[in-house]
Every structure is written in structure tokens, then in C-alpha cells.
Design a protein around this ligand. Structure first.
Ligand code: HEM
Length: 504
């Protein structure tokens, strides 16, 4: 019986793909690209979990815009910064390309696109995106409200470092603890620490979502939805994710009822659930709350920031000279008697340049989150059909020799002028960095993320020197070797933290 259903399904799928690609084939000039196999396209040519590396190779062969077919879906990849700006910032293209493709993750992990990141634009989506901004604004804009809490978390971090100074350690444990403490404060107003009830659930959600939403896994499941019923890794991860999501909601419900003056975005979202639209119905439901929470506490918030902080630690461990420069800047601007503040950012150009270069060099979200065209759209010299998946190829834009000298070398000076000042945000080189995307789907957490990274890095440079581990030397951090996923992650590594005042 199962064989019969599968055969019928495959025949229907093939019919659909043939009709879509050959009967309604468009006549306008099409971008070049790898031909691939009939129907299944390039499926045998790419290691889908490392899509960015193949796209980089193809960009060298086919140029600024190329297309390919994967399992019947047409993808157009944008490798040019100018075309990227034109597409996502100028109308009518900006509106047409603000759509998201149908994804397995959006459908099943986010309860039929009830979130912000995977949902297509609509009136309700606009309200949700605005709400997400307000939530981060209230609790995180410039992080002024969270600043003191973050600094408190960093104090614990410093105490931990003191007890481990000079020993080989996995910095990921420190970084995770720091980020999760902030995430807990953001959600519920307070952090419960490593052994607290929230921690394991948050860790689990992040790992599982990264597995489900990996662009490679998602592209296959998005075509063959039935795979979710089979005992495959992606299907099991989805099931576990749903379970842990429901545990998280139950726990937050309990915690939010405890007598406590601190509040987080969970409390605000509960209040928003009481609001009604013009027809008297609630516009933001329990399902939206769960989906938005998943947007704000997992991959987008945790994995991206973890990727940046860990890469910073790795890069600095290999560059004692750069650490000396950063430490001097921190000593001159902040000194040792007080904690770093967000207002110090404008006086720390080298720190800012190091953060920007890390975002470029690593490009943690290498192919962003895919976009889709809600109508036919002109991209460069080509016209692309409705429902084409558009890949803003951040990885290639950030590593192309056309835009960056020695793109696979970490060189923060690119973002500084001859006086050592940070290039203005309008400078052509700054405008080439698009780590947070552009336009209507750009990252809503940019200010939040950059502020938190600054506080972390400045505290680190004020307190310690990072050195290579004893024993096995630390290899250089090569972004091409990072662990694949929706967000690239560093391979596990050890370093030593030396307290600065112990150095003599
Ligand atoms: C270093 C840190 C971060 C990087 C590099 C980053 C990068 C990105 C990128 C490239 C996109 C996709 C843009 C596009 O589709 O064109 C995105 C979307 C998004 N990010 Fe971030 N992000 C970071 C941190 C955060 C944080 C801290 C939050 C929330 C607290 C966040 C929330 C989101 C959301 C909700 C979206 C989806 C927006 C939409 O579809 O309308 N991100 N981010």
C-alpha cells in the first residue's frame, strides 16, 4: 500500500514539475547557470549542507546572477552588491522580493507561518514584525534596559574566568552561558543561571531548530512533506522541537505567574494577546506567541550571536598584536575602574571595525533566509518568474575578490580610515557589508546584536588576554571549514584566558 501511495505521489510530482518547467516556460532572457538533470536539477552536484561553497564556485563561473533548478524549484542566486541593493531597496522590486518561499520549517516548526521570519508579507505579518521590533526596542533598543543586566551577567563571567585563568578551556561554555543569560532576561525578565529550569530547554530548541531549518534539509523536506512521517533525522528533530516548544511554553506560563517585578517579552506578548482587531477578534494568538518566541530566542538570536562571539575569541587568540591594540583602546576610553557602556561604542573605532570584519569574514548566515518573488521581477538583465526562490548570496558578496582584497584574510583595517577612525556607514566599503540583509526583510535584531557583541568584546579586552591552548596549537579560523547549518558554527576549540592584571 505504502509503495502504491509513493508511486502515485512521485508520478504527480513529476507531472507538476514538467508542466511548471516546460509547458509554462517563460520566453524572456534567463540567467545562466548549471543545467543539472531533468526534473531533479542539480541535486547530485551539490553537498546541500554546504550550499554556500557551491554557490561561490558557480558565481565564479556564471557571474552576478545565475539560476539553477533543485527538485523542480527554480532558484536565482544574487552575487552582486549593486543588484542586491537594487532588488531589495528599490520599488517595485523591494515589495515583489519581500516574499518568503514555502518552507518546511515555516509550515511545521512555525505552525503554518505564524511567525515573522518565515511568513509571507500580509497585514498580520506587518503587525507581527512591528511588534517584534517594539519588543526588542522596549527590552533591547541600544540595550539600555538590558545593559545593566548584561553587565551583571558579564560580572559572573569574569568571576568564572578568574577561577580558570591559565587553564585550557572550551570558550563555547562561557559564550553560551553569557548569551543564554541575556536571552532569559529578554524573555522573562530574569536569568536563572546554568542550572536553572530554562537553560536546557533553550539549548535543545536551538540545536533542533538549526537541524530542521538547515537550508539543505529544508529544501528536500519542502518538496517531499511526507518525509516528516518517516524515521529520518530531520523528521525526528522536528518532533523533538515541537515537544520542547510546548514544555518551554508551559514553563514560561508558570514562571510568569510567580511574584516578581521583572518582566520580559513573554509578559508583553501575553498582554498583546488580549488586543482585538477591528472585527473584534484577537490578532495575535497563542500560536503566534509560540512562533515569535521561537524567532526571537533561537537561531536568529542565539546562534548568530554565538557564531560571532566564538569567532571573535578564536580570531583574537591567534592575534596577540590585535589584542594589544584593542586593550589599549579599552584602557584609554573606558579604563579599568568602570564597566563598558554602550555609549563607549562611538569612541572605540577599532573594536567596532573588528566586529564588522568578523561579520564579513564569517558570514554566519551565508545564504541569509531565502526570499521569493511574488510577481515576475527584473533582476539585472533578466526577468525572473513569480514564485522563484531568490538567494541573496551574502557568502559570495562578502568573499568576492571583486569587492574585497584578500577576502579570506581577516583584516579589520578595511573598515578604518587613515586616521584609524571607523568609516562612515555611508562609505562604499561599509555599504558592501550586508550581514543583516537589506530592505523589508532585513534583520530586526541588528542593533540588539551589535550592542551585545560590543559589551562582550570590550569586557573581554578589559579583563583578559586570550591565548592559544597549551599542547595542540590552534589552527587559523577558516569560515569555509565551519560546521554547516542555517547558521555556520565554529568547530569545537580550546583557548586559555589570562587575567590581564596577572600578566605582570
Ligand atoms: C550577529 C547577529 C545576527 C546576524 C548576522 C543576523 C542576520 C540576519 C539576516 C542575514 C537575516 C535575513 C535577512 C533577509 O532575509 O534578507 C535576518 C533576519 C532576521 N533576524 Fe537576524 N541576525 C542577527 C541577530 C539577530 C537577533 C539578535 C535577533 C532577535 C533578537 C534577530 C532576529 C531576526 C528576525 C526575526 C529575522 C527575520 C526578519 C523577517 O523575515 O522579516 N537576528 N538576520
Amino acid at each position: 500500500m505504502l509503495e502504491y501511495i509513493l508511486t502515485v505521489f512521485i508520478v504527480i510530482m513529476c507531472g507538476y514539475i514538467v508542466v511548471k518547467n516546460f509547458v509554462f516556460k517563460t520566453e524572456s532572457p534567463q540567467p545562466p547557470g548549471p543545467k543539472g538533470w531533468p526534473i531533479v536539477g542539480v541535486v547530485f552536484e551539490v553537498d546541500i549542507s554546504k550550499l554556500q561553497l557551491k554557490l561561490y564556485e558557480w558565481a565564479q563561473m556564471y557571474g552576478d546572477v545565475f539560476q539553477f533548478n533543485l527538485l523542480g524549484q527554480k532558484f536565482v542566486c544574487i552575487n552582486s552588491i549593486d543588484i542586491n541593493r537594487d532588488l531589495f531597496l528599490k520599488e517595485p522590486n523591494a515589495t515583489i522580493t519581500a516574499d518568503r518561499p514555502l518552507t518546511f520549517t515555516g509550515k511545521y516548526a512555525y505552525d503554518d507561518y505564524a511567525d515573522v521570519g518565515f511568513s509571507s508579507p500580509s497585514v498580520l505579518w506587518t503587525k507581527r514584525r512591528k511588534l517584534a521590533f517594539q519588543l526588542l526596542h522596549r527590552y533591547g533598543k541600544g540595550l539600555t534596559c538590558l545593559e545593566s543586566q548584561i553587565l551583571k551577567n558579564l560580572q559572573t563571567f569574569k568571576d568564572d574566568i578568574r577561577s580558570l585563568s591559565g587553564k585550557n578551556i572550551f570558550p563555547v561554555d562561557f559564550v553560551d552561558d553569557f548569551i543564554f543569560s541575556t536571552v532569559e532576561v529578554l524573555i522573562i525578565g530574569r536569568s536563572f543561571g546554568k542550572e536553572g529550569p530554562l537553560r536546557n530547554l533553550l539549548i535543545k530548541q536551538n540545536d533542533l531548530l538549526n537541524e530542521v531549518a538547515n537550508p539543505g534539509t529544508d529544501s528536500i523536506y519542502a518538496v517531499f512533506h511526507f518525509l516528516r512521517f518517516l524515521p529520518l533525522p530531520g523528521s525526528l528533530a522536528l518532533r523533538e522541537l515541537k515537544k520542547s516548544q510546548s514544555c518551554l511554553l508551559d514553563l514560561l506560563d508558570t514562571l510568569s505567574k510567580e511574584e516578581c517585578k521583572e518582566k520580559g517579552i513573554y509578559h508583553t506578548m501575553k498582554e498583546v494577546m488580549e488586543e482585538e482587531d477591528k472585527s473584534g477578534k484577537p490578532w495575535f494568538t497563542e500560536v503566534n506567541l509560540a512562533a515569535l518566541l521561537l524567532n526571537l530566542v533561537t537561531a536568529s538570536n542565539f546562534l548568530t550571536t554565538r557564531g560571532t562571539l566564538l569567532s571573535l575569541v578564536h580570531i583574537l587568540a591567534k592575534r596577540p598584536e590585535l589584542q594589544k591594540t584593542l586593550q589599549k583602546e579599552v584602557d584609554d576610553v573606558i579604563g579599568t575602574d568602570r564597566e563598558p557602556r554602550l555609549s563607549d561604542r562611538e569612541n572605540c573605532p577599532t573594536l567596532e571595525a573588528v566586529i564588522l570584519e568578523t561579520l564579513r569574514y564569517i558570514s554566519h548566515l551565508p545564504v541569509f533566509v531565502f526570499h521569493s518573488s511574488s510577481d515576475s521581477v527584473t533582476i539585472g538583465d533578466y526577468t525572473v518568474d513569480r514564485n522563484t526562490v531568490i538567494i541573496p548570496n551574502g557568502w559570495t558578496m562578502h568573499h568576492s575578490e571583486k569587492y574585497w582584497e584578500d577576502p579570506f584574510t581577516f583584516r579589520h583595517e578595511r573598515f578604518l580610515d587613515s586616521e584609524g577612525q571607523l568609516l562612515a556607514a555611508t562609505h562604499p566599503i561599509r555599504k558592501r557589508l550586508v550581514a543583516f540583509g537589506l530592505g523589508k526583510r532585513s534583520c530586526i535584531g541588528e542593533v540588539f546584536a551589535k550592542s551585545r557583541i560590543f559589551l562582550f568584546l570590550s569586557t573581554l579586552m578589559q579583563t583578559i588576554t586570550i591565548v592559544e591552548p597549551e599542547g595542540k596549537p590552534l589552527p587559523d579560523l577558516d569560515p569555509r571549514e565551519m560546521i554547516p547549518g542555517l547558521v555556520l558554527q565554529a568547530q569545537p576549540f580550546k583557548v586559555r584566558f589570562l587575567l590581564r592584571n596577572n600578566e605582570g
